[in-house]
Design a protein around this ligand. Sequence first.
Ligand code: ADP
Ligand code: ASP
Ligand code: MG
Length: 341
Amino acid sequence: MIVMKFGGTSVGSAERITATADIVASCDEPVVVVLSAMSGVTNMLIEAARGERPLSEVAQRHYEAARQLGLGTEYHAVVDSTLGRATGEAETVACGELLSTALARAYMQTRGMDAVMLPALDFMRLNADGTPDTAHIARAAAAAIERAGRHRIYVTQGFICRDADGSVATLTRGGSDYTATLLGEALRASHVCIWTDVDGVYSADPRHVAAARCIPRMSYAQADMAARLGAKILHSDCIVPAQRCGAEVRVLDSFHPEAAGTVVGPFADAPGFIAVAASANHVGIVGHDAAVTAADIARALGPLAAAEPEIHAGHTRVSVQPGQAVEAMRIIHHEFIENKI
Ligand code: ADP
Ligand code: ASP
Ligand code: MG
């Protein structure tokens, strides 16, 4: 069994859902497909739940994609009843993943793919402290597969879950990556593929740093650190379950499925600084470079640094002036990473 997670842009339009189905169809093992909401939909739902936006926009977005995928109006009834049942913020936000999975699964079936739905709310559950209840998830996910019977493709929702009382809840934003690795652990998957819109984990966010390079292999510890320091490509907690069970995490590009991507696994840490990430008013550097001191980093950042950089074993944290994290990330990448990769 393998797990494949597709993020919002990979299911963001009829065209992207078609490409996602092509990737799933080309897999020759049984696969659990974890889907995010269509890109932008979770934000729309949060606003709708606060009364700032009509829910009908969400419905229209899905009707339109369904029409382009050649689905009949039966899917409209699914959209209407799903949105109609949404009371309260969490239930409303959960509709994004409920609708994207219903859409993708219906489309896969029209292509003759053996795809069944595995409702995440039947097995994804949190403990009272908000952490995933991994023992429950393992039992309940196996039971859900047993009930569904033998199929090639099990489609499920990322991000959504139940809290300890059984009410609908969600993981933190970007949580579908975490659903995928938690399920990988629960089902003892050999690997978890995180299909996204960039061909791997880069030395910095390639949207902001043109010179950033893809990192072909990463140790669990360094990928975990990149995620925790704010590299948005991976949810902050998602490496932990994969490391616990020894499943590889492959970060792959659904726009270029042939690209090698990044493999995260039981490898040794790479030497030197390997990546830099920006989050709010902080910049985090993954790796360790004995030749670079806190004073060197502070000097390179000049007035952008808000405090002395904190060098730890394996990572460095730098507080920067409000709004300056991306610029500081560019400088650090240029000064301390770019010339060494
Ligand atoms: P998805 O919807 O597939 O989960 P996200 O938007 O959450 O996708 O994550 C992918 C984005 O993460 C990329 O488009 C990229 O801009 C951003 N990103 C941030 N840091 C990195 C990094 N170090 N390597 C690659 N992408 C990164
Ligand atoms: N749809 C959720 C979000 O936008 C979860 C995810 O995309 O991973 O945060
Ligand atoms: Mg994401």
